[in-house]
Design a protein around this ligand. Structure first.
Ligand SMILES: Cc1cc2nc3c(=O)[nH]c(=O)nc-3n(C[C@H](O)[C@H](O)[C@H](O)COP(=O)(O)OP(=O)(O)OC[C@H]3O[C@@H](n4cnc5c(N)ncnc54)[C@H](O)[C@@H]3O)c2cc1C
Length: 489
């Protein structure tokens, strides 16, 4: 986290009583939150380390209302912070302390407009909770693959705006790959209707990709057409104790063919990360008592039901693990025998973020390198960080098949947040320089927001930054749409 939550220069036009009346006329009293206690969850980030302010939280119920609110703000030059479920980890959804404008929350726009099981698509409003969309797809015997730890509270508009990743990227790609069309309210309030359910559409610039990953700086996503897949019918989940990260990527590399291309997820965990979950999350069981530093959560899934007498995913996985045991890559392994055991394995993986929040201060870097370089990155990165602060407690984990590691560290025992902060700049530089030297990315899936604004400026070329600024100025000439996030203008 940055030392101070100090903003770059952003518009400071206040919400006058006349503008407030205008907002009330658009969304009604039910769509406005004015009291400090009611606004509090909207001006504080998920980690609780950034706290900003807003004159009012506006909660429109339709695209038309979003458009009218944005038009009013555009006319007056009032800044807007779009917000979904507020689970973002980079501070993109949190207004700055100097923010004098509004937070625009999409939470009331939560309708599933249409499910087309034959065409494998679903059209939804931006305020739908991700898990609700997964369940909606399942109720039509279809699968919406986006899946991440915050899925019970993040909203699809936020997922698309951060181009979220999660645990199914290996097979289905990240959020932008799951979208056929978008509807977006532009910074001047105009509505761009790109809600097409087309798999092929080569008609000039593909505008939807501008808004995905833009973290609300170029417009407000109000609806989306999402792609669906056949529902999984035969799933095998295993927890493996592995020799080291090199063994982990070799196992994954061989798993594709062994599973008949049915690898769904492959998540790297460390002993320290597992222990932090066991310490803080009640009811979680350690799947293996194996004495190793590294674990893999491996899931194979097929849309074809297991036929009587035929080998299913579980049997194939069992043979594969036996072979991997012979190579020395796998030290021990357990295949979930029922839904509860599989759920327990996933709970361990998905609870690392809340458990580490409960543990106290720490540092985490969401980075990517090409998959084959992950072991070398972990090795060199740990050496570099431990040289700066030998008592820091590493617990690297992540979506190893995507080359995406959450390079995470708990504070040394007994060290307070302020002391750790003094080490943060040197550690950040060491980690991100290594990422650059290995041709990786300083943000794999969480985005830039506030947290990495200076890092982006440091590592991206002038030509890339200038092109991004040109796009921002062209679409948002008054700089009212989530100003001061991603880029300093
Ligand atoms: C426990 C936990 C686990 C997580 N795991 C993962 C993971 O595995 N992979 C991953 O990628 N992320 C993960 N995240 C981060 C976070 O959940 C994602 O970034 C998520 O996509 C954010 O969605 P949200 O609705 O909460 O967005 P918010 O936090 O509300 O907003 C995020 C950004 O998008 C903008 N925005 C929100 N809605 C809109 C909209 N409709 N139109 C335009 N801009 C908008 C905001 O201004 C902000 O810049 C995790 C977070 C937590 C807390």
């Amino acid at each position: 986290m940055p030392d101070t939550f100090a903003p770059p220069s952003i518009p400071t036009v206040p919400v006058t009583p006349a503008v407030l009346d205008g907002l009330r006329a658009i969304v009604g009293d039910k769509g406005l939150i004015l009291d400090e206690q009611g606004k509090e969850p909207f001006v504080r980030d998920w980690r609780g380390s950034l706290v900003g302010t807003a004159a009012v939280v506006v909660r429109p119920g339709t695209t038309e209302e979003v458009s009218k609110v944005v038009k009013l703000c555009y006319q007056h030059g009032i800044a807007i912070v779009p917000q979904g479920g507020n689970t973002g980890l980079m501070g993109g959804a949190t207004p700055y302390p100097t923010h004098s404008g509004i937070v625009l929350s999409l939470g009331r726009m939560n309708k599933v407009i249409e499910v087309d099981p034959v065409g494998y698509s679903m059209t939804v409003e931006a305020g739908c909770i991700l898990q609700t969309l997964q369940e909606t797809a399942a109720s039509h015997d279809r699968f919406f693959p986006l899946s991440l730890g915050a899925q019970g509270s993040c909203l699809i508009g936020g997922n698309l705006s951060t181009n979220a990743g999660g645990v199914q990227v290996l097979r289905y790609g990240n959020a932008r790959n799951l979208v056929m069309g978008l509807e977006v309210v532009l910074p001047n309030g105009d509505v761009w209707n790109g809600l097409r359910s087309l798999k092929k559409d080569n008609t000039g610039y593909d505008l939807k990709h501008l808004f995905m990953g833009a973290e609300g700086t170029l417009g407000i996503i109000t609806k989306a057409v999402l792609k669906l897949w056949p529902a999984p019918k035969d799933v095998a989940t295993a927890w493996l104790a592995v020799r080291d990260p090199q063994a982990a990527i070799e196992i994954l590399s061989e798993a594709h063919a062994a599973s008949d291309d049915n690898v769904g997820s492959c998540e790297l965990m460390s002993r320290a990360g597992t222990d932090v979950v066991l310490r803080h999350i009640p009811g979680v069981q350690d799947p293996l008592k194996a004495d190793t530093n590294w674990y893999l959560l491996l899931e194979w899934s097929s849309s074809r039901p297991k036929a009587d007498g035929a080998e299913g995913m579980s049997e194939k996985l069992e043979h594969f693990l036996a072979e991997q045991f012979e190579t020395g890559r796998v030290r021990d392994a357990v295949i979930a025998q029922n839904e509860a055991q599989a759920r327990n394995m996933w709970t361990i993986r998905e609870s690392v973020a809340p458990a580490s929040r409960a543990e106290g201060g720490g540092l985490s870097f969401d980075i990517s390198v090409s998959t084959s370089k992950v072991p070398s990155f972990i090795d060199k990165g740990l050496k570099a960080v431990l040289e700066i602060l030998p008592s820091i407690r590493p617990y690297p984990l992540g979506h190893i098949g995507d080359g995406n590691i959450h390079f995470s560290f708990m504070s040394p025992v007994g060290m307070d947040r302020e002391t750790l902060r003094q080490y943060a700049p040197a550690i950040t530089r060491a980690v991100n320089d290594l990422v650059r030297d290995m041709a990786g990315s300083i943000s794999a899936e969480h985005g830039i927001g506030v947290d990495k604004i200076d890092e982006l400026a440091h590592y991206r070329s002038k030509i890339e930054l200038d092109t991004m600024r040109s796009l921002k100025r062209a679409l948002d000439p008054k700089n009212i749409m989530n100003p001061g996030k991603i880029l300093r203008l």
